[in-house]
Ligand binder design. Sequence first.
Ligand code: NI
Length: 397
Amino acid sequence: MDAKQILADARAIEPWLIGIRRQLHQTPELGYQEFETSATVRKHLAELGIEFDHPVATTGVVGRIVGQPGPCVALRADMDALPIQEEADIDFRSQVPGKMHACGHDCHTTMLLGAARLLAGMRERLRGTVKLLFQPAEEGGGGGKAMIDGQALENPRVERILGLHVWPELPTGVIGSRAGSFMAAVGSLQITIHGVGGHAAFPQTTIDPVLTLAKVICELQSIVSREIDPLDSAVISVTTLAAGSAFNVIPNSATARGTIRALTTERLRFIKERVKELAEHVAAANRCRAEVVWNDMDYPATVNDAHCWDVVRTVGGELFGPEQVRQVNPVMGGEDFAFYNEAGVPGCFVGVGMRNEQIGATHFVHHSKFKVDEAALPIGVALHVAFALRSLEELRR
Ligand code: NI
């Protein structure tokens, strides 16, 4: 593997990458609706002579670059956008009202297409198979899980996987990740307190669910502060409240929603049990009844395989220089890349720096002014390619 050549090849296709990325950026689609994006991916794969399966998980595409007989490594990108009205200062802003690639998934899709282009050019020398997973619905829809259910990791079985995410906390040119827990396990909660409504001037004739819900919300914070190791990390955030519609009426019920996060899937499970117990008992003590519902799909923790992170560090150092590879702290954001690891495939999820003050690429992901330094595109391409090549060499031994 000639790292300098890979980086040079990735940089040589930068205009092509930017063209694809800007087209995707202008036509964002939400989870499981990535029909145009998926068509763009398939068009490019077909042009590169890469075979693919479609549809997998509604809009997903699984490309296969088959080289010599040998192991199989997967590279993964997510394709979905967010329901945000774009306000970024760029001239290729989203053309779709209320939708925006505010998490950089347009860049991830582009980086993987770039890797496809480079890898297709070295097919004969490839010591195995590289699978390209273009998945839908990372933003809460569990697209990774749907891809696994659609057999994306089989035929041939994937032995190692890499996922990249643009990382606004790192400057362009730097990549960062870590061994072990890197991103949080995520669950979403909904607690409804059922009481008995009535005239607010006669509280003795009611059982007030609003006051009880307020007590539950306060009590929830004691789980993190009193039951979790202070050196461990967990979050419980109540983010929406719904109760009543008149100032002088005590409602029958009150509902809170929010998110819970932890750095291990086991810890998330523990917190969920305690949230339920606590809500039910606080409600009972106040003559109410609590109904705890877990909405949507839990995401497992993203736990990087130590060896895969070693591979990323090694090839990252060869490509960009060792000083450009950083070990970073875990974050409490969630990422459905975790499903691939949970399915038994060791892997690494890596942040690709794209912060650049000079062009105003400083906003965090999910911000309406989020902007990416496109110089990060060939960096992601090169990392994908080098990780795949090095992994195939290793796994073949
Ligand atoms: Ni994202």
